[in-house]
Design a protein. Structure first.
Lengths: 419, 419
DNA sequence: CTGTTAGCGCCTTCAA
DNA sequence: TTGAAGGCGCTAACAG
């Protein structure tokens, strides 16, 4: 029923081996023969059997890109950039695709029907949506391992549960052993990072610190923080950067060790406002002015409402990311407060929509596209890994209209005022 | 080096066929044997060889989801929803993953190491980013065909070039012939749609019509339209809906046949403002008040500036989608005009951020998540296709703060006024 | 319920 | 430069 290599060979009057050789372009083949084969391929409309090919060659042209949330542009931008480097041979550029031609030296005979059975280095870059679930992440990794993927790119923060860290680490080691190139993008390096080709980590901590320093310089002291899910590295690093800045300014401080002290990282911490543990007044504030949620708009909205309830005098809200910041803005406005006059708001990531927010969002820019593209190149072996396999990617503070000095009379004032 | 089925068979003291059977769960196997095999699998840390399996079974567990722009939540939401239905056996719900357990009846022995060599119905849902390029679309389809994908979901509008339509159609037919289930989501049905399991099309035309009718009811008559790329079905349908409404109100009208009359759909039409072709004054306006661009923020910005230049008295701008609308808002504000007092703005899609725009964006809601999920189910054969294989998905008008009656003195007035 | 027997379609030495 | 032959790891009939 389906056309096979043998059929093409017969039509071209050569052996199957020869057809294989012209298709893969790894071996010298006489130009005449080659032409004949290519013609037969087109005439028969032959399409290589991937599984058979992968089985025999013990490797496939699949490259997996794992993302936490495919509906979030944060991941979409990185994934798209990576794909643009992986898809066609040397696509390179920003968004330009080389088109269907290319391949192993052909110049697109037989009209634009092309894009047939050629194998030449074409990789199938696919993105897998883990939904932030560690189990799904592991499952996808196994599926990719099963497919003998050529490379795997893991994007975004990792879950910090030691059991999962270990499981992921073990899995990546196996993948690497099997010849799969593993690249981390926007994720901190693994403990024993030998398995990984390269790890591109964002400077979340530094970015967060500079952002909060900006707020402090403006004169804010009561700064609320809407954090992401408690167990993620990204969440922890950004929160730590924020707290570092606060402590350096003599605010908050005390207990070390991050954010793992609340159960489940939910929005339910509010009821424990009196739980003084460490004793230090600073610690009290630090926890009281932090609410965890998801990296989505709704969480930003709910968390901000909670923050305003806990501390009506808050003059600034720092959100885990831009999306969360949008939710925060909505909550603030709903309470009849103005941005930035009554409350300043800041985000993180500098997603495309952030500049269009009203007022434009002060945030921390992460070079998502560049990082994704670099990860793609690394995965393809088109770029040499950074020394030690680890690179930290800078985060740039973008000051815009959503942050301003606090009101002189301090605090947001009563919550009842209508606009 | 790598563990194979035979190794597992040897360790479990059964034949390879038996191992295969317990792994695939398609055949009755004695409970005792089954346990033994599973234990051996875990002990050996065996992972099924996908290519070999696909080769022998003549089908793979790969499901491809093609999107035009992975960085656009419009596609991300649909793709994520589809994946949630495909990933795990019966995940079903909104965003909840069943976790790594599951599989063919096991209850997760040996800790959470799990997610190993089980094959049971697990599909690898992958999204492929075409970047809107027809060539890439074709290439991905070929790659998927090569992998013997179990199913393919095409999302979003199609390019209207007949040559490509034909090429895609032919390719889909081949895929279907090879047993791949093809589903269209947010894309109009094909000419000869036999190859397709189902086509879920959005009511872009109806939605656009109702949106413009809303504006007309408000009293607007000089309405600018920022359209998407000229050659896409989505662009055409939305524009036609808009013009239908305008004509029904006695505005615009005349020449039939859509938007294909400008070269390349660029922003370059402005210089031709005097080209009166049809003769009817309405036609003139229709084209003068339409500018094409991409489905991104920047295009919305640039196109709106152009629209304001062509017709300073414009009182409303309808954008091709919400992202474009954001750019339009930026342009309008930059010209010192207020939304909606001076100029009303409307979008399309109702993406999550639209409700957070200031003022909140009037738009047309498309049930992206539901549609994506349904497409996923259809692709998995978990849901029976609609009659005729075609379903039109409703679009709901969402009236919010960005649209209001035009100013009584008409028009946006001079552009120099500062806020 | 389980083992045996053939391939699935291609790549890759090894010769020629 | 090309052909011949073996096997990659698994599944799918058949027997038993």
């Amino acid at each position: 029923m389906t056309v096979t290599l043998a059929d093409v060979a017969a039509r071209a009057r050569v052996s199957a081996a020869t057809v294989s050789r012209v298709l893969n372009g790894n071996y010298p083949v006489a130009e005449a023969t080659r032409e004949r084969v290519l013609r037969a391929v087109d005439e028969l409309d032959y399409v290589l059997n991937g599984p058979a090919s992968s089985l025999a060659a013990a490797t496939s042209d699949l490259v997996g890109i794992l993302v936490n949330d495919i509906a979030d542009p944060f991941f979409g931008i990185m994934a798209g950039a990576a794909q643009s480097e992986i898809g066609e041979s040397g696509a390179g550029g920003d968004a330009g695709w080389a088109g269907a031609g290319g391949g192993s030296g052909r110049t697109g005979s037989s009209g634009r029907t092309g894009s047939s059975g050629r194998a030449g280095g074409e990789k199938l870059a696919v993105v897998c949506n883990t939904g932030g679930s560690p189990e799904r992440e592991l499952t996808y990794l196994t599926l990719l391992q099963r497919q003998r993927a050529a490379a795997v790119i893991l994007t975004g923060g990792a879950v910090e549960d030691p059991a999962h860290q270990a499981a992921i680490s073990a899995k990546l080691t196996k993948l690497a052993d099997a010849g799969t190139r593993v690249v981390l993008c926007g994720r901190p390096p693994l403990a024993g990072g030998e398995a990984v080709v390269a790890a591109l980590a964002f400077d979340n901590r530094g970015g967060a610190r500079r952002l909060t320093e900006h707020l402090l310089a403006l004169g804010h002291t009561r700064i609320g923080y809407v954090a992401g899910p408690a167990e993620r590295t990204t969440t922890r690093h950004r929160l730590e950067g924020h707290r570092d800045a606060m402590r350096a300014a003599g605010l908050g401080g005390g207990v070390r060790g991050g954010i793992g002290d609340g159960p489940g990282g939910g929005l339910d911490g509010g009821e424990r406002a009196g739980d003084e543990v460490g004793g230090a007044r600073g610690t009290y504030d630090e926890e009281r002015l932090t609410v965890h949620g998801l990296y989505d708009r709704r969480s930003g909205y709910v968390a901000t409402l909670e923050l305003l309830r806990r501390e009506p005098e808050v003059t600034a809200i720092v959100a885990a990311n831009d999306t969360v910041a949008l939710g925060a803005c909505a909550a603030i406005r709903e309470r009849g407060l103005r941005i930035p006059e009554d409350v300043s708001v800041a985000g993180f990531d500098d997603l495309p929509f952030s500049v269009d927010a009203v007022p434009a969002l002060t945030t921390v820019r992460l070079p998502l596209f560049e990082a994704g593209a670099r990860a793609g190149r690394l995965a393809m072996g088109k770029e040499t890994p950074p020394p030690g396999g680890i690179a930290t990617i800078g985060a740039e503070l973008m000051v815009r209209g959503s942050t301003a000095p606090p009101r002189v009379d301090g605090g947001a004032g009563t919550v009842s005022r209508e606009r």
